[in-house]
Design a protein around this ligand. Structure first.
Ligand SMILES: Nc1ncnc2c1ncn2[C@@H]1O[C@H](COP(=O)(O)OP(=O)(O)OP(=O)(O)O)[C@@H](O)[C@H]1O
Ligand SMILES: [Mg+2]
Length: 630
C-alpha cells in the first residue's frame, strides 16, 4: 500500500484543484450569456452555407486529408523508434542496426515536414480563394442595398464584416478544420500505439485524461471571457478614435483637447486592464495544465520504473526501458492534441459566429428590387410627373404630403423653400433612391416602379448636395470607371462646366491627386467636378441639389454660367439656394413643410407681394445689398 502513497497524494492535490476550478467556473457561467453575441442561425445551416462556398475545392480538401494522414505518421512512429534506439543502446548493439533506425527516423521526419509544407500551401491557397469569393459576394450584396437600408447600418460594422469576419472564417478553412481532423487522428493513433506497447501504462495515462479535459475546458471559459473583454475594449477604442480623428478639427476649434484626452485615457486604461486580466488567466491556467502533464510523466517514471525493476507484469506484458522512453514521448503527443482540440472548438465557435454575422448581412433583402416585368428604358424624352406623392422616412412622419407637379421635356424646374422642406427628398424619389408610399411618379408617362432602376439611373445625372470625391485623380473622379473616353473629351466636359480654369492651374492637371473625400479641393471646385462628372455621362435629365456652402464669388460666377449652359442640354431639376441661379427657370416650385405652396415663373411669383417666394426674394435681395454696401 505504501508504494502508492505518492500517487494518492498527487491524485488528492489534482482533485482539490479541480473542485476549486469547478466552483469558479460555475460562478462565471451565468454571466456568460450576457456578454456574447446572440446566435440565431442553426449550426447546421451555417455549415451548409459554408460548404456551398467550399464545394468547388472539394478535391483540394481530399488531397489535404491524404497528406495529413501521411504527416501524422511521424507523431505515431517517432516515439517508438526513439524507444527502440534506447533499448539498443542498453544492450550490446550493432552499429548498422542503429544506422537503420536513425535513417528511418530521418526519413519519416522529412516526409512529415514535406507533408506539413504541402498541406499549408494547398490550404492557404484554397482558403484564400474561398474567402475572396465570400468577400466579393458580400460587397456586391452591400452595393445592392437601398439608400434607406444603408442609412440604418453603421459603415464601421460593414467594414468589420467584410474584413475581420471573413478573416475569421478563412482561418477556419486554412487551419482549423484540418487541425481538428489531424488532432483526432493523432489521439486515436497514439492511443493505439500505446495500447500495443503496454496496456498497464496506457491505463495509467488515461486516468489523467479527464483532468486534462476538465482543466482545459475551464481554462477555455475564462480565456474566452478575457478575450471578449479585450475585444470589446479594442472596439471601443477604435470607434472612439475613428470618430474623433474625423472630428479633430472641431475639437481643436472648440478647444476641447483636454476633455477628449481624458476620455481617451480612460478607454486606453480600460484596454490595458482587460489585457492584464487576460495575461493573468493564461498565467494561472497554463502552468496548471502543465503541472498535470508533469504529474502524469512522474507517475509514468514511478510506475514504469518500479515495474521495470521488479520485473512485474500486468496483463501479460513486461516493462522495458524502451517502453518507458516511448511512453514519455507519447504522453506529450497525446495530451497536446487534447488541449488543442478544446481550444480549436472555441475558435470554431467564433468562426461560426463570424459566419453568421456575414450571412445575416447577405440575408438582408435589397429593398429596391426591379419588378419581374420591369422594362428597360432606351430613350428618355424627359417628361416627369408627380401625382399626389406621399413619402416618409420614418413611418407616420410624412415628409412629402401629396406633392403633384409636371415637368415638360427640356424644361428647367427649380425647387425652393426653407431648410427641411423636402427639396432633396423630391429629387431622391425621382431616381428611386427611396421608395415612396403613396401616389405615382411618371417618366414619359411610365410609372417609375415599372422601370428597371439601373436603366432609369443611366438616363439621369444626379449631382448631390454634398459632393463626394473618391481618393484617386481628377480624371478617375470624373470618369468613375467609364471606358473609352479620351482626355480631350474629359477636358471638353470640364471646359463646358468651367472646371478647366482651376484644373489647368494644377501642376498635374487631370492627374492631380484627389485625397480622401476630396479634402484638398474647395467646395466650389468639388461642385464643378461633380458637374463635369455628370456631363461626361451624357444624361437626358439632370438633377442638381446645390450645395449650401458659401462659395467664393469667382467660383459662384463660374457655377452660374455652367448651370445656364447645362439647362440647355435637357430636362433639368434643380434645388437652388441662390435665387439668382434660377431666374430663368421655366417653373419654380415653392415648398413648405412637404407641400407645394406656390409655383410659376420668377416674374409670375414675384407679382404676389404676400407670397412666400416674394418674401424669400426680398430677404436675399436685402442681404445682397448689404454685402455690396460693405
Ligand atoms: N435619411 C433620413 N431619415 C429620416 N429623416 C430624414 C432623412 N433625410 C431627411 N429627413 C427629414 O426629411 C425632411 C426633409 O429633408 P430634405 O433633406 O428633403 O430637406 P431639404 O429641403 O433638402 O433641406 P435643405 O435645404 O437643408 O437641404 C427633414 O425634416 C429631415 O429631417
Ligand atoms: Mg437638401
Amino acid at each position: 500500500m505504501r508504494e502508492y502513497y505518492p500517487l494518492l497524494l498527487g491524485g488528492g492535490i489534482i482533485g482539490a484543484i479541480s473542485i476549486v476550478l469547478i466552483i469558479a467556473y460555475a460562478s462565471i457561467k451565468d454571466k456568460k450569456q450576457a456578454i456574447g453575441f446572440d446566435r440565431n442561425m442553426k449550426d447546421s445551416e451555417i455549415i451548409k452555407r459554408l460548404l456551398a462556398y467550399a464545394k468547388p475545392y472539394v478535391w483540394n480538401f481530399v488531397l489535404v486529408g491524404i497528406i495529413v494522414l501521411a504527416g501524422i505518421a511521424y507523431d505515431i512512429i517517432s516515439p517508438y523508434i526513439v524507444g527502440k534506439v534506447t533499448g539498443l543502446i542498453k544492450t550490446d548493439f550493432e552499429l548498422p542496426q542503429l544506422y537503420r533506425l536513425v535513417a528511418i527516423y530521418a526519413g519519416i521526419l522529412i516526409v512529415s515536414m514535406v507533408c506539413t509544407y504541402a498541406q499549408a500551401i494547398i490550404l492557404q491557397k484554397t482558403g484564400q480563394r474561398i474567402i475572396s469569393h465570400m468577400r466579393e459576394d458580400l460587397f456586391t450584396h452591400i452595393e445592392s442595398l437601398s439608400h434607406e437600408q444603408m442609412n440604418s447600418i453603421p459603415v464601421g460594422k460593414l467594414v468589420t464584416r467584410v474584413t475581420n469576419d471573413t478573416n475569421a472564417i478563412s482561418m477556419m478553412f486554412t487551419a482549423l478544420l484540418v487541425n481538428l481532423v489531424k488532432n483526432v487522428f493523432i489521439i486515436v493513433g497514439v492511443l493505439c500505439a500505446m495500447l500495443a506497447l503496454n496496456k498497464e501504462l496506457t491505463l495509467m495515462v488515461l486516468c489523467f485524461v479527464p483532468f486534462i479535459v476538465l482543466f482545459t475546458v475551464i481554462f477555455r471559459k475564462f480565456a474566452r471571457r478575457a478575450y471578449r473583454r479585450v475585444k470589446d475594449r479594442t472596439t471601443d477604442i477604435n470607434t472612439y478614435l475613428s470618430e474623433n480623428l474625423s472630428g479633430i478639427k472641431i475639437t481643436q476649434i472648440f478647444n476641447r483637447e483636454a476633455e477628449k484626452q481624458r476620455d481617451f485615457s480612460e478607454k486606453s486604461r480600460g484596454l490595458g486592464k482587460a489585457k492584464r486580466e487576460q495575461i493573468l488567466v493564461f498565467g494561472i491556467f497554463r502552468p496548471l495544465v502543465y503541472m498535470l502533464y508533469i504529474s502524469s510523466v512522474l507517475a509514468l517514471f514511478y510506475l514504469g520504473g518500479k515495474g521495470y525493476l521488479d520485473g512485474t507484469s500486468f496483463l501479460g506484458q513486461t516493462i522495458e526501458a524502451a517502453t518507458i522512453v516511448s511512453f514519455y514521448m507519447y504522453i506529450n503527443k497525446f495530451f497536446n492534441p487534447i488541449q488543442n482540440l478544446a481550444e480549436q472548438f472555441n475558435w470554431l465557435q467564433s468562426a461560426f459566429a463570424s459566419a453568421e454575422k456575414v450571412f445575416s448581412i447577405m440575408d438582408i433583402e435589397p429593398k429596391l428590387q426591379d419588378a419581374p416585368d420591369a422594362i428597360e428604358l432606351d430613350e428618355v424624352r424627359g417628361e416627369i410627373e408627380f401625382k399626389d406623392v406621399w413619402f416618409s422616412y420614418i413611418p407616420g412622419e410624412w415628409v412629402l404630403k401629396g406633392v403633384s407637379f409636371r415637368v415638360n421635356p427640356g424644361d428647367t424646374v427649380a425647387f425652393v423653400g426653407p431648410t427641411g422642406s423636402g427639396k432633396t427628398t423630391i429629387l431622391s424619389l425621382i431616381c428611386r433612391n427611396y421608395e415612396f408610399q403613396k401616389g405615382e411618379i411618371l417618366i414619359d408617362g411610365i410609372d417609375i416602379r415599372k422601370i428597371k432602376a439601373a436603366s432609369l439611373r443611366r438616363h439621369f445625372g444626379q449631382m448631390l448636395q454634398d459632393v463626394f470625391l473618391f481618393s484617386g485623380t481628377i480624371r478617375s473622379n470624373i470618369l468613375l470607371d467609364k471606358d473609352g473616353v479620351s482626355d480631350e473629351e474629359v477636358m471638353e466636359a470640364c471646359r463646358y462646366v468651367n472646371a478647366d480654369h482651376f484644373i489647368n492651374r494644377l501642376e498635374n492637371g487631370l492627374d492631380e491627386v484627389v485625397r480622401e473625400r476630396g479634402n484638398n479641393f474647395s467646395a466650389g471646385q468639388r461642385q464643378l467636378l461633380s458637374f463635369a462628372r455628370t456631363i461626361i455621362h451624357k444624361p437626358e435629365v439632370m438633377i442638381l441639389d446645390e450645395a449650401t456652402a458659401n462659395i467664393d464669388t469667382e467660383t459662384e460666377v463660374l457655377i452660374q454660367d455652367s448651370l445656364e449652359k447645362m439647362m440647355n442640354i435637357g430636362t433639368m431639376l434643380i434645388v437652388a439656394h441662390r435665387l439668382s441661379t434660377i431666374q430663368h427657370a421655366d417653373n419654380i416650385i415653392v415648398l413648405s413643410k412637404g407641400e407645394i405652396v406656390e409655383q410659376g415663373t420668377h416674374q409670375e411669383l414675384l407679382k404676389d407681394q404676400n407670397g412666400k417666394y416674394h418674401a424669400l426674394y426680398m430677404l436675399q435681395f436685402e442681404k445682397e445689398k448689404q454685402r455690396m454696401g460693405e
